[in-house]
Design a protein around this ligand. Structure first.
Ligand SMILES: O=C(O)CCC(=O)C(=O)O
Ligand SMILES: [Fe+2]
Length: 374
């Protein structure tokens, strides 16, 4: 950015920055030394994290999510833990997963290499920019940069992880350790997803510990399912009350395994209020996605969440989104439909989700709402 342009950004809320500058991302904007948030990122008052009357809109409300101890699931307490799991998915749509077996070394390497990717010179990151939603690698900014009227304070690197051997050669070659660290991380999170999903099926009474064909079929499909890894970077922001790192949204898939660094920012909607999820070191925040809400016929909830930014620290998170194979239809499990519990959702698939988000601004729980039978 030229020094004249940089000066203009500093002195007034700049409205005439070219769209092409915003598309280079928030990190790039921050590197130019801005001291105010450009109007492109300023939300209407009603959508800001702090509302006008000074009411903090739950900024102060911290929430201890239900904790599921993964190691306990493997032992004699399994049925008790399954009950807690079921309650968490029904009441919060979120839980923290501890003692999950993924080492802190693997976790720290992933966060660290993700962070170093966003510290690369802009030209290096820009090699991976793509407007193609099906690209195996995509560097970009905001939430849906082609549609967002107001931009979000977030840059991202999206890595498709399935089929792994086919996509790796497309992943960034810099930092040099990114591919190796991301491969290890994606394999381990996939394995964890399968184990948690098996417990979830059991909690929905769709799988018994005894053998059954149908259940095996579902689990095999999960094994062959899609996995998308999203490294999110939320640079520190000079006016964090005016903007959001991510707008309210729900995740499309079955489950998301989210790793956050030690910086707070994630908020979930709980009992009508926005509450902040306290980071718990070495744990995963796991949330129910739209596909699991549909599959469970509404019993497990895909809950709206958003991300706040702050004025002092860059925040990094890594979300691993898992679902069924790309072309597989998602439908309420027939075993969960009966007279008392009629079918609540239309069938859907990943392709129709992509079509939906490319045709409208996904600010609310729009997609899932569009699948509901009235
Ligand atoms: O950064 C976070 O804490 C949340 C990220 C998220 O919601 C997502 O990637 O879908
Ligand atoms: Fe999300």
């Amino acid at each position: 950015m030229s020094s004249a342009l940089s000066l203009a950004v500093q002195t007034k809320r700049e409205d005439d920055l070219l769209e092409s500058q915003y598309l280079k991302g928030v990190q790039h904007l921050c590197d130019s030394g801005i001291t105010r948030v450009p109007s492109k990122y300023v939300l209407p008052v009603s959508e800001r994290p702090v509302t006008k009357g000074g009411e903090k809109n739950a900024v102060d409300l911290n929430l201890k999510l239900p904790v599921i101890d993964f190691s306990q699931l493997q032992g004699p307490n399994r049925s008790q833990v399954l009950k807690s799991l079921s309650k968490a998915c029904e009441e919060y749509g979120f839980f923290q997963l501890t003692n999950h077996g993924i080492s802190s070394d693997v976790i720290h390497r992933m966060i660290d290499v993700g962070k170093r990717f966003f510290e690369l010179p802009y030209e290096e990151r820009a090699k991976y920019m793509s407007g193609d939603m099906s690209s195996p690698v995509r560097y970009g900014t905001s939430f849906n940069q082609n549609k967002d009227g107001v931009f979000c304070w977030r840059d991202f690197l999206k890595l498709m992880c399935h089929p792994l051997e086919d996509v790796i050669p497309h992943w960034p070659s810099s930092p040099v350790d990114l591919r190796q660290d991301a491969v290890t991380y994606s394999k381990q999170t996939k394995f964890l997803f399968l184990m948690v999903m098996e417990a979830i099926l059991e909690s929905l009474e769709l799988v018994q510990t005894t053998e059954n064909d149908t259940e095996d079929d579902i689990l095999k499909e999960f094994e062959d399912g899609s996995q998308l890894m999203v490294v999110n970077c939320y640079p520190s922001c000079p006016e964090p009350d005016l903007t959001l790192g991510m707008p309210p949204h729900s995740d499309y898939g079955l489950l998301t395994l989210l790793l956050q660094d030690e910086v707070k920012g994630l908020q979930i909607q709980h009992k009508g209020k926005w509450v902040t999820v306290e980071p718990l070191p070495n744990s995963f925040v796991v949330n129910v996605g739209d596909h699991l809400e549909i599959f469970s016929n509404g019993r497990y909830k895909s809950v709206l969440h958003r991300v706040l930014v702050n004025s002092s620290k860059t925040r990094i998170s890594v979300a691993s989104l898992h679902s069924l194979p790309f072309h597989r239809t998602v439908e309420p499990s027939p075993k969960l439909i009966n007279e008392a519990n009629p079918r609540r959702y239309k069938d859907t698939d990943f392709a129709s989700f992509l079509e939906y988000i490319s045709s409208c601004e996904p600010k609310k729980k729009n997609f899932l709402e569009s699948r509901k039978l009235t």
